[in-house]
Design a protein around this ligand. Structure first.
Ligand SMILES: [Zn+2]
Length: 348
């Protein structure tokens, strides 16, 4: 990637070096989730694959090193769908339950989604995604929560000149695939939105790696992963700067699905190894995590976030459960109140 979001938003830093929003309570929780589409556990945990090109080289050093804070690593999680494709995974992540959706052509979420519920509860939330179909996973009711996805320009209703500049840049630089914009613009939008709106919940979804993988271009796939790691560092630094003015943010990084092994690395749906995913949870400073997580799935994210905000976690036969170890580690006031509370049944 030639131009990172840091370049694009340099002027933003000059205008808004201090937190832009109102001062917050020190313990007030916020959650930022970043989903990196189609990033195999093999590259995250083991680095580049010599069988696919070049020497073995470590990747995601910043993420695995804690992004300047503490991380709880979940190296072996599972998707909550049976097809290991993208839209089913985003539906599970944002609806907090097993998804029977079997393709990327599914309709929109059938239940009120996590960001919709948070927004309705008075917790400003937003979803900013490179891949257009994520809009259908983010909202059962279009307009209930702020969603910007695909090649759609971002309009936050303020006439902001920085968003306009990013919109112009992404329109002039279409990717060689459809229904998505390049991630550098998504990330620039997300950082700007975080600084200017300070949402309590932000879901950011990046896509370049999956596209390069489907094209069989391992070199560009690895380039995309290196960009992701660099941008996660920028994001964590931004979060920490904002939190210095109040608030405490849990950053969650995961992928929607893995990919096949060896020569099957280009694709995912149908390959059992693609059902294995990973997750990193990060807080700035504080005590290191001393809790081990058992087997978790994508469906556990929503109830865990709800519990962090002090809400009753979603419950249904295939819903995930709040991760008590995460809540205890985060040591947020609301988390203490609900940690250890019985959760719903686990996804099948
Ligand atoms: Zn995907």
């Amino acid at each position: 990637m030639r131009n990172g979001p840091a370049t694009l938003i340099f002027s933003v830093l000059c205008l808004c070096a201090a937190p832009c929003g109102a001062r917050r309570q020190h313990d007030e929780p916020n959650v930022v989730v970043v989903a990196l589409d189609g990033v195999r556990w093999q590259e995250v945990l083991e680095g580049t694959d010599p069988a696919l090109g070049g020497d073995r080289r470590a990747l995601f050093a910043a993420l695995r090193g804690g992004l300047g804070g503490r991380v709880l690593a979940v190296p072996d999680a599972r998707v909550a769908n049976g097809t290991f494709k993208s839209l089913p995974a985003y539906l599970s992540l944002l609806s907090g339950r097993w998804s029977d959706c079997a393709s990327n052509a599914c309709g929109r979420a059938a239940v009120e989604t996590l960001p919709e519920r948070l927004a309705r509860t008075g917790l400003p939330s937003a979803v900013i995604a490179s891949w257009a179909p994520i809009e259908r996973a983010a909202a059962r009711s279009p307009g209930a929560v702020f969603v910007n996805a695909g090649l759609q320009p971002l309009d936050d209703g303020t006439g902001d000149a920085v968003f306009a500049a990013i919109n112009a840049a992404q329109a002039a630089d279409p990717p060689p695939w459809g229904a998505a914009r390049r991630d550098r613009y998504t990330m620039a939008h997300a950082l700007r939105y975080l600084r200017t709106h300070r949402p309590r919940f932000l879901f950011v979804a990046l896509n370049d790696a999956d596209e390069w993988a489907h094209q069989g271009d391992y070199g560009r796939y690895v380039d995309a992963l290196e960009s992701f790691d660099r941008w996660l560092g920028e994001l964590a630094a931004t979060i920490d700067a904002l939190d210095a003015g109040g608030g405490r943010t849990l950053l969650v990084v995961t992928t929607d699905h893995g990919r096949g092994r060896g020569a099957a690395w280009r694709d995912h749906g149908g390959d059992p190894d693609a059902g294995r995913v990973w997750m990193y949870l990060r807080l700035a400073g504080g005590a290191p995590p001393d809790h081990a997580l058992g087997r978790i799935t994508h469906a556990d994210l929503r109830p865990t976030v709800e519990a962090l905000f002090g809400l009753d976690p979603v419950r249904c036969p295939t819903c995930g459960r709040p991760l008590a170890a995460v809540l205890a580690w985060a040591r947020l006031p609301d988390a203490r109140r609900v940690a250890g509370a019985p959760g719903g049944a686990h996804a099948p």
